[in-house]
Write a new protein. Sequence first.
Length: 277
Amino acid sequence: MVDTCDERLNEKLGEKYQALLEYLESLGSVAVAFSGGVDSTFLLHAAQDALGGNVVAVTFTSPLFPERELKEAAAFCKAAGIRQVMVGSRELEIEGFAQNPTNRCYLCKRELLGKIGQVAQAEGAAAVVEGSNLDDEADYRPGLQAVAELGIKSPLRAVGLTKAEIRGLSCRFGLPTWDKQSFACLATRFPYGDQISEAKLQMVDKAEQLLFDLGFRQARVRIHGNLARIEILPEEFSRFMEEDVRIRVDAAFREYGFAYVTLDVRGYRTGSMNEVI
């Protein structure tokens, strides 16, 4: 994460942001896949900047996303005066999804982006846009296949914006998400091939919420059967090892349903479940 808005990047980022606005303007009107995360919030802000009222935000209510994320997404739209459509989603009912194959993200994205397309048609939006950035191309992202197949636009990737640049611009524009922790849907906490259930999703959600409540800035709780593998930033290891914190985490995680609680010595990293592919 960046700590301050680096004014030295103004010219470089200003050119990319102008290119983003021009790209969005060329679409005329858009439905934005909006989760409330760093990337989609920045994209939604830019879309409103470029298109004014010709923007609708589409957010899914789902067991794969914590309640806190939905509340933050709704609060942003209300404060910015952006129309938001909430769509109910039951990813566990998508054929094959709960079995957690390596193309799980593709199955999910194809279903959800299809629903956003329906909202776009009903709202009169000319295009659907989503918030993947240039860095996403370096990781295993099967969901991008669904983006391509359905003709969904990826403006941030199109103009070459990286995560760090998105954070920098978000900071400059005063967006509340500029230093928000990275988040991915809770299905990413399961090893490929392990069955995903709503009960286990709730275990992970409660466990991660506890870590955030304890003040950890970035956290993932990966679930391996009845074992929790905690990923936090290495610089926060010493805080985690304080006796009162360890005891509280262990007791709470066991209450949630975990039999074993471990700390990953490599620390937090995105896509750690993809390392075995």
